[in-house]
Design a protein around this ligand. Sequence first.
Ligand SMILES: [Zn+2]
Ligand SMILES: [Zn+2]
Length: 208
Amino acid sequence: MNEKSNLSQAPIVLVRFDDPEKKPLLYACGKCGQIHSPRIYACNDTLAHEAARRAAEDCYTCRTHNTCQHCGAQCEKGWLACDKCRRSSSFEKAKEVPLDGVEECFGFDGGEFYRSPQDAAEDGEDWVYLCTFRHYSVDLERLEQDILDDHHDDASIHDLKAFDALVTAVKAFNEAQTSGSFDEDRTRRARVSHLRDEEDHSHPDPRD
Ligand SMILES: [Zn+2]
Ligand SMILES: [Zn+2]
């Protein structure tokens, strides 16, 4: 039920105690007292006061939920869109690709990492995001900053001895790495739901 007309919820208008004109300065939520200042709005005074009063009326702190900006459904505070609209927007943003050769992947809905699309399907995912792989590596620029930071203002790479040797060593080190991490690639998705229905031949009977 809408109780906006209820007096206890009307915004509190703060004025200077000694101002005979009682010119409004700030607005506060009638329920929780959260203060809204017109000064944070970059527009003319009248509009800024209107905006601050409206913010006090429709107090964000007192709100239990947000309204999805796409479909108008209730959604969690801190989000501009509901789960359903966020899902469909992520879905549209990702391009569908074939599952051929896909191994490691992330569940589209749960975000879990899986070693195989089969695992994702068995866990209830209909779609997976593909992965990109990132090897362990030393970032030369960061290393350079690390060496020079905390030194005098004119500290420069030219002060360093044997820096070329370090660069060569770092390059060799980076090229030698074979492990690292899988990152979710939110631009590509593949369907896995059909794997759930297929008969599972991948796990032989342990009694064999
Ligand atoms: Zn409030
Ligand atoms: Zn929505």
